[in-house]
Design a protein around this ligand. Structure first.
Ligand code: SF4
Length: 108
C-alpha cells in the first residue's frame, strides 16, 4: 500500500471540503494535529479513519468512521462542525463561535 504524505492528506481534506461545501478549520496548529492523525491512520490501517475515533478493528466495522464520516453530514448542519471540528459550515465560521465538544453519534 502506498503511504500517504501530509501533503496528500492536505489535498484530500481540501477536496472533501470543496465537494461538501464545508470550510476547513483555520486554526493551523489544530488542523495539523488532525491531518497528522488522518495520515497516521491511513498509513496504519489503509483508510482515512477519523482521527478522533478508535478503530473497531476492520474497515468494514469502521466504514461509517472513514473521513468524512457518516455523521458529519448531520453534525455540521446541526452543530456547525464535525465531531473533530476539522470541517465547519460557513455559517458557523461567520458566527465567530469556537467549536465545542459535541455528542458522538457513532454510539448514539
Ligand atoms: S469527525 Fe470530522 S474529521 Fe472525523 S471522520 Fe468525521 S468528518 Fe472526518
Amino acid at each position: 500500500m502506498k503511504q500517504k504524505s501530509l501533503e496528500d492528506v492536505r489535498l484530500f481534506t481540501v477536496m472533501a471540503a470543496v465537494k461538501q461545501g464545508w470550510v476547513l478549520n483555520a486554526d493551523q496548529g489544530f488542523y495539523d494535529i488532525l491531518a497528522q492523525g488522518l495520515c497516521d491512520n491511513f498509513n496504519r490501517y489503509g483508510y482515512f479513519l477519523c482521527p478522533c475515533r478508535d478503530t473497531d478493528g476492520s474497515r468494514l466495522a469502521d466504514k461509517d468512521s472513514i473521513c468524512p464520516c457518516l455523521w458529519s453530514k448531520s453534525d455540521i448542519p446541526e452543530y456547525g462542525h464535525c465531531y473533530c471540528a476539522l470541517y465547519l459550515s460557513q455559517n458557523f465560521v461567520d458566527s465567530n463561535l469556537a467549536p465545542s465538544s459535541i455528542p458522538d453519534r457513532r454510539y448514539g
